[in-house]
Design a protein around this ligand. Structure first.
Ligand code: EPU
Length: 433
């Protein structure tokens, strides 16, 4: 049984809420523990099912993972250390569950000379090929074959090369992570062109530098790596989760509340804050916080999800939910994943007026939504349904809420602290009528 979120909408969210460490920074960093035999300690790793899944993948690859210190939040750390360098296989059953498991390919190959990693297969947010990951590793001298659903990679020692990591939709984030974490141990210099500029990649690069890697140009689209013979352990604090921050901010905005989101890097949220201002939200920010005060109704606006520094595709669904109550027509495009609109039919069940065009949602604002039973289909689509449920009149039941645990630490508790009427049930719900 997957559990559900039960929300009674209509209460403005007010107060202060903090964010956890970034999921999408933590995952490739955890994979980079494979690059050294020394311990790696990552501070602020969020407690998520995706983190648990990757711990399992890593454990099957000979890495011991343990939480250091009790409690939650920034004081908690994840300690990872290679104990056995012989296993090289990441199984389909785990990689299918979480595609980011594919990030073990580069580090495994660079350190162990061999990797057998399942292809991730289909994804609910649209086609997600891994051709650029493979092209990049092949350019570094890896010998790659595909057999029985697995990538089988071999290399005596990788060698530096010039690699272009941008595809038709722009750079690839985990592809950049995979090739970067392989290039650090290659012989000679690697130039990554069309590299992802996301803060999560910059953070990964910083961790690798602490381990002894030599990397320049992080945060730009051309990253230069001078390979080294070996890497050591390191301790590193993960950046705050900008997607969680944006989701909490949008929750407050959707309900017409005033909230302060703390423990954030406001610069990482610049594109989101720009769009919030366009929608009429009053904003203030300090070194590590943002405050938002929402007007009623919001102004409609144009939002285009694009690679960093654009609005993240990972908040496109949440924006679509928020714009459902704006005073007119909004256009929400997704240039990164043009088919990532599974939330739309569920939002329509809650009373939203949204039409789909290629790569975009056309949202005609309505005066109110009404609570209903809906089904979550992926992580960010689920977050969009939570936001809509918080505003809808009456009760909303979001089934398959386990999706939220993949990427949000204690979302229900954080929203409840802001005044949301939300509870979680693990009990079986009555059959659908
Ligand atoms: N692409 C290719 N070839 C490749 C790889 C990607 O054509 O080899 C295309 C994709 O189809 C897509 C675009 O490039 O159109 C960008 O995909 P990217 O590879 O950047 O996505 P990803 O690395 O698989 C990460 C995040 C996603 C986030 C995207 C975009 C992690 C673990 N995942 O995925 O996060 O949506 O970047 O920013 O970092 C989420 O957290 O909910 C999530 C899905």
């Amino acid at each position: 049984m997957a559990g559900a979120f039960l929300i009674t909408g209509g209460t403005p969210l007010n107060g202060t809420v903090g964010v956890a460490g970034s999921k999408n920074a933590a995952l490739p960093m955890m994979a980079s523990a494979l690059l050294t035999d020394e311990p790696m300690v990552l501070d602020g790793v969020p407690r998520l099912t995706d983190v648990a899944t990757l711990c399992r993948v890593l454990s099957e690859l000979g890495v011991a993972a343990a939480w250091d210190g009790a409690g939650a939040g920034p004081s908690r750390a994840l300690r990872l250390q290679v104990l056995d360098r012989s296993p090289v296989r990441a199984r389909y059953a785990l990689v299918r569950r979480m595609r980011a498991s594919f990030c073990v390919l580069g580090p495994l190959l660079a350190r162990r000379g061999r990797a057998v990693v399942s292809l991730p297969g289909g994804c609910r947010i649209g086609p997600r090929p891994v051709d650029l990951h493979l092209k990049g590793l092949a350019a570094l001298g890896a010998e790659l074959t595909l057999a029985h659903g697995y990538v089988i990679a071999r290399a005596q020692r990788l060698r530096g090369a010039t690699v272009d990591l941008s595809g038709p939709a722009g750079p690839t984030v985990t592809g950049t992570a995979n090739v970067l974490s392989a290039a650090v141990l290659a012989r000679g210099e690697t130039l990554l062109r069309g590299a992802a500029r996301e803060p999560e990649i910059v953070d990964l690069g910083r961790l690798l530098c602490r381990m002894g890697a030599r990397i320049d140009g992080l945060g730009t689209d051309t990253v230069r790596v001078r390979g080294v013979d070996g890497l050591g352990g390191a301790r590193h604090r993960i950046i705050p989760d900008r997607i969680e921050a944006a989701t909490l901010a949008l929750a407050a905005v959707a309900t017409g509340g005033t909230a302060t989101v703390t423990g954030v890097v406001p610069g990482h949220l610049a594109a989101v804050l720009d769009r919030l201002a366009a929608a009429g939200v009053e904003l203030a920010s300090g070194a590590d916080w943002i405050r938002l005060s929402a007007p009623r109704p919001l102004r409609p606006c144009r939002i285009t999800a694009a690679p960093y520094p654009g609005v993240p595709s990972d908040v496109q669904a949440q924006w679509t939910a928020v714009m459902a109550l704006a005073s007119g027509r909004s256009m929400v495009r997704d240039r990164v994943f043009p088919e990532r609109f599974a939330h739309v039919p569920e939002l329509v069940r809650l009373g939203a007026r949204i039409g789909l065009a290629p790569g975009a949602a056309v949202v005609d604002g309505v005066a109110r939504l009404s609570g209903a039973r809906v089904t979550a289909s992926d992580l960010r689509a689920s977050a969009a349904l939570v936001l809509a449920g918080l505003v809808a009149r009456g009760r909303t039941c979001i089934e398959q809420a386990h999706w939220l645990d993949r990427g949000y630490e204690a979302l229900d508790r954080k929203l409840a602290r802001l005044g949301a009427v939300i509870e979680r049930t693990e009990a079986a719900l009555p059959a659908l009528g």
